[in-house]
Design a protein around this ligand. Structure first.
Ligand code: FE2
Length: 278
């Protein structure tokens, strides 16, 4: 699945782009399924506005208890002062998470397809656990920024070897809010953990206060169907989408089956619905 050069590149830079990984049909299947889900979803159920800023998430039960569910999260500025949606719901949703891969047959099939298994095995994840999936909309004009972060902050394991798979379901460019990454930044260590405190709140634990050298971020523009493999320690971000084109993506996070997954990670599964492999 990967050449030795590609593998070396992944290890050296902490990310790797595989253009044309998924067919356009497969991308469209996920897009259509997500669209159906949004149509069926009643926004009145939502008790939370998704925000990329930690302080807004701290008291967010809706988020904390979404690890075994399919839940819908709105853009931060999706609501007017009176609580009504500014735009139609289809244009206001930031993402769907976090157990699409276990609960929805379309996402399950895609996430556990042979190609995905093969590429995971190629980077050392032969029998990983699939812990988290997200469908990210990055809506035209209002798609919010995701500040520079490491995925291991949110999905902490010992050792800290996890992998993120970022599938471009549409072309992702600087204009519509593609990923940016710091090549080699995965060797700088883990800066923080976002954990579930004993008081049942979300809490940041900071190991290193040094800001990210954002001048080292490079845009990772990819075409529809591309896969970006991301090391869990790689610093990356995406900017706002100010264009009139959406930038849909699907992401999946894998951990080694033998890694320690602490009970204070925010994402937990009940005993009846454990993490599963491919
Ligand atoms: Fe991320």
């Amino acid at each position: 699945m990967l050449t030795p050069e590609q593998l070396a590149d992944y290890n050296e830079r902490g990310f790797l782009v595989l253009e044309g990984f998924a067919g356009h049909d497969a991308c469209d299947q996920l897009r259509n399924r997500a669209e159906e889900m949004v149509q069926e979803f009643d926004p009145a159920e939502v008790v939370s506005i998704f925000s990329t800023r930690e302080q807004n998430r701290l008291t967010d039960d809706y988020f904390m208890h979404s690890g075994d569910k399919i839940r819908f999260f709105f853009e931060e500025n999706a609501f007017l002062a009176d609580g009504q949606l500014r735009f139609e719901k289809e244009k206001s949703i930031n993402k769907i998470g976090h157990a699409l891969h276990d609960l929805d047959p379309v996402f399950d099939n895609f996430s556990r397809s042979q190609n995905v298994r093969d590429v995971a095995a190629a980077i050392g994840f032969a029998n990983p656990l699939l812990v988290q999936s997200m469908y990210i909309f990055k809506q035209p004009n209002i798609g919010g920024e995701v500040a520079c972060h490491q995925d291991s902050t949110f999905i902490y394991t010992e050792p800290t070897e996890i992998a993120g798979l970022w599938f471009a379901l549409e072309d992702a460019t600087v204009e519509n809010g593609c990923l940016w990454a710091i090549p080699g930044g995965h060797r700088r260590g883990l800066k923080s953990r976002w954990l579930h405190s004993p008081a049942d709140r979300m809490e940041f634990q900071v190991f290193d206060n040094e800001p990210w050298p954002e001048e080292e971020l490079v845009p990772v523009e990819v075409s529809k169907g591309s896969l970006i493999l991301l090391h869990g320690l790689l610093p990356h971000r995406s900017l706002e989408n100010r264009s009139d084109r959406s930038r849909h993506a699907y992401t999946l996070h894998l951990i080694p089956a033998e890694a320690n997954y602490p009970l204070d990670n925010w994402l937990q599964r009940p005993a009846t619905m454990p993490f599963r492999t491919f």
